[in-house]
Design a protein around this ligand. Structure first.
Ligand SMILES: [Zn+2]
Length: 143
């Protein structure tokens, strides 16, 4: 990233930081605790694609994705004008990688749920998660 100009760099740093803070992940973790949704592991080892949370009894991998980096179509229309090629390329690579991860995990028999950063503004994702958990209860027994 050394060839980035000043504006692009400071934007990158702010995005990196917001990723490094993992504020979205912390929000999800807090909600899970508050809602008494249990039996999950944060940052499980050895699962392809490094999901943010994993529910072993359900074989459910949960990803919490930032809208900017993962190319959320709902939010990220405002690609910075400076070095837009750089951002577009980066985001499209991330999107491709995300798709591959989901493909591989599904093939391996995992369930996948993705929470977008913008989903965290409302609690609907919790209902979605509960439904998936109920539907996939004790799937791990088969494995
Ligand atoms: Zn979004």
């Amino acid at each position: 990233v050394d060839n980035l100009d000043k504006e692009a760099r400071s934007l990158l740093m702010s995005k990196v930081k917001s990723r490094g803070n993992k504020s979205t992940e912390i929000k999800v973790e807090d909600k899970l605790l508050e809602q008494e949704i249990n039996l999950w592991i944060k940052h499980p080892k050895g699962i392809f694609g490094n999901p943010d949370f994993y529910f072993p009894n359900n074989r459910l991998a949960l990803f919490v994705d930032g809208c900017f980096w993962h190319g959320c179509k709902k939010c990220c229309r405002n690609i910075p004008k400076t070095r837009s090629d750089y951002w577009i390329d980066k985001i499209s690579k991330n999107t491709k990688r995300d798709n591959k991860i989901r493909r591989v995990l599904r093939k391996e028999g995992y369930h996948i749920m993705r929470i977008w950063e913008h989903d965290l503004k409302r609690d609907i994702w919790i209902k979605r998660l509960r439904n998936i958990i109920r539907r996939t209860q004790n799937e791990s027994i088969n494995y």
